[in-house]
Design a protein around this ligand. Structure first.
Ligand code: NAP
Length: 280
């Protein structure tokens, strides 16, 4: 469920996995507007759906609608995966571990000891920030349009971890000041996501320079305009596809108890994004 959700490569990825596993299931995209989330969640439970993924903008709003939360999701306050429990949906978050896996593999670096600047303080940012702190990041700065959301997340992180945590306004002057003390910038804002591919977060272009690593959680398009600019300046970059596959594989394992065919899932998502397997 998402709003919008038509850009999602998840149906192609999960359906290819179900087929290869011989698992009798189908994964469908449901565009659900924010006011209709409670009915949609209750309706899928009543229909005996096997599981749910949530994407923008539902990851936090769904939490009060659930029967329970996995301990890691309770800490984060956002979920992307629902699993059937005894008496209702149980929320999990696979975004954080998915990002860490993608960062390690894609950048061939450990997050431990690095200083991160995260643009955003929404559901995905929360999951990524907690996972980075847990992985031993040296410092995390959160820059968000709504300052109170960044401050709230910073306070939550500070209550759990001892690394340097700060909140910042999301404006070019503030980011310019922070940039010299940052090893990796992670965009979790939807700016630049399909179909508004020309949008870009308010990052001054001059801070995008080596040795800064620049990551974007967006996987459609890949690369985003932000990543194109960073790569043109010589930065190492990471788009959102590897994270999509890693978080999806973890969700599938929660739903089915089977080992996810991650290689096939990556190929299916890649086919979808290159237009070879667009949904009918
Ligand atoms: P979300 O919970 O709705 O959070 C959205 C964030 O973006 C908030 O920080 C929000 O700021 C900010 N924002 C939205 N529109 C903005 C604008 N016009 N200007 C400035 N800031 C704006 O969404 P989410 O679930 O975290 O998802 C965020 C993005 O990450 C999406 O593009 C999603 O596709 C991507 N994602 C990718 C993966 C993957 O596997 N690759 C996984 C998860 C998410 P406010 O607090 O001010 O509203």
């Amino acid at each position: 469920m998402g709003w919008p959700v038509s850009h999602s490569a998840s149906p192609a990825m999960h359906n290819r996995a179900f087929e290869s596993l011989g698992y009798n299931a189908v994964y469908l995209p449901f565009p659900v507007s924010p006011p209709e989330l409670p009915q949609a969640i209750a309706g899928l439970w009543a229909l005996n759906a096997g599981g749910v993924n949530l994407t923008i903008p539902h990851k936090e709003a769904v939490v009060p609608l659930l029967a329970g939360l996995a301990p890691s999701a309770e800490l984060i306050g956002s979920v992307n995966t629902l699993v059937r429990g005894e008496s209702g949906w149980v929320g999990h978050s696979t975004d954080g571990p998915g990002f860490i896996q993608a960062f390690r593999t894609g950048m061939e670096e450990e997050p431990a000891g690095l200083r991160f600047l995260i643009l955003g303080a929404g559901g995905a940012a929360r999951a990524v920030a907690f996972a980075l702190a847990q992985s031993g990041a040296a410092a995390i700065t959160l820059a968000n349009r709504s300052p109170e959301r960044a401050q709230d997340l910073a306070a939550r992180l500070k209550s759990c971890y001892s690394c340097g945590i700060a909140a910042s306004p999301l404006d070019p002057a503030a980011l310019r000041g922070i940039a010299p003390g940052v090893d990796a910038l992670i965009n979790t804002l939807p700016l630049g996501m399909h179909p508004r591919v020309e949008e870009i977060p308010p990052v001054p272009v001059e801070i995008l320079k080596p040795p800064l690593i620049v990551c974007d959680l967006i996987y459609n398009p890949r690369p985003t305009r932000l990543l194109r600019m960073a790569a043109a300046n010589g930065c190492r970059t990471l788009d959102g596809l590897a994270m999509l596959v890693a978080q999806g594989a973890l969700s599938l394992e929660l739903w089915t108890g089977l080992t996810a065919p991650a290689g096939l899932m990556r190929a299916a998502a890649g086919d979808f994004l290159s237009g070879a397997a667009a949904p009918k």
